[in-house]
Design a protein around this ligand. Sequence first.
Ligand code: TMP
Length: 226
Amino acid sequence: MNAGIGTAADYPGVFVSIEGGEGGGKSTQIALLCEALRARGKTVLATREPGGSEGAEAIRALLVQGETGRWDAMSELLLLLAARRDHLRRTILPALAEGAWVVSDRFGDSTMAYQGYAHGLGRAVVETLAQAAIDGFSPALTFILDLPVAEGLARAGGRGPSGEDRFERMGTAFHQRLRDGFLDIARREPERCRVVDASRPVAAVHAEMLGHLLQRWPELAKAAAR
Ligand code: TMP
């Protein structure tokens, strides 16, 4: 099945995703990572999921607000893939085509972990539909910010009443399956995924992520930050 998206190798840019459960400090780490890349002369686009294009942001509001039972798992999966396809076509792929680095706050691994593992849809249906919708498009490198469930939920709860807490309210057992799911994804794809212990101070987490980035793209070290 050809969804007209292609693979990462078709584009000169570099696509990186940051993943993990709630309260792992993704936003802070993305800001630091983008700053480090820009200091090395790269053009960087930071984006997020669900969202990142006008249509996908509209779908985001449907997903992250309201009652936990508002959608069943399959409806969530279909909404997420509709949002992802729009985000790819309108935002990510044009930037990658111009040679930019694109850093996304969540991507396909969130769908596998939240809908596939935590909601229990299973790997096969998520993989099959992602293949049909977006050619199974996948980042070159993925950071999974890992921390104990209780710690993550406590941190996320401290973010204030954004109204975007539909998934946070899904219960501890859901979030434990989610964490286990992310770790299983990383075990299955060690080439692409780096698990980072996010319970440490911000600077330590950033240093480890930057180290992984430089290991994967040693040419970045030559353009060291001044
Ligand atoms: P955020 O907390 O990173 O802003 O993400 C919004 C929520 O959407 C988060 O609770 C996880 C959820 N989500 C999924 O369930 N599946 C997905 O594929 C994505 C991208 C997000």
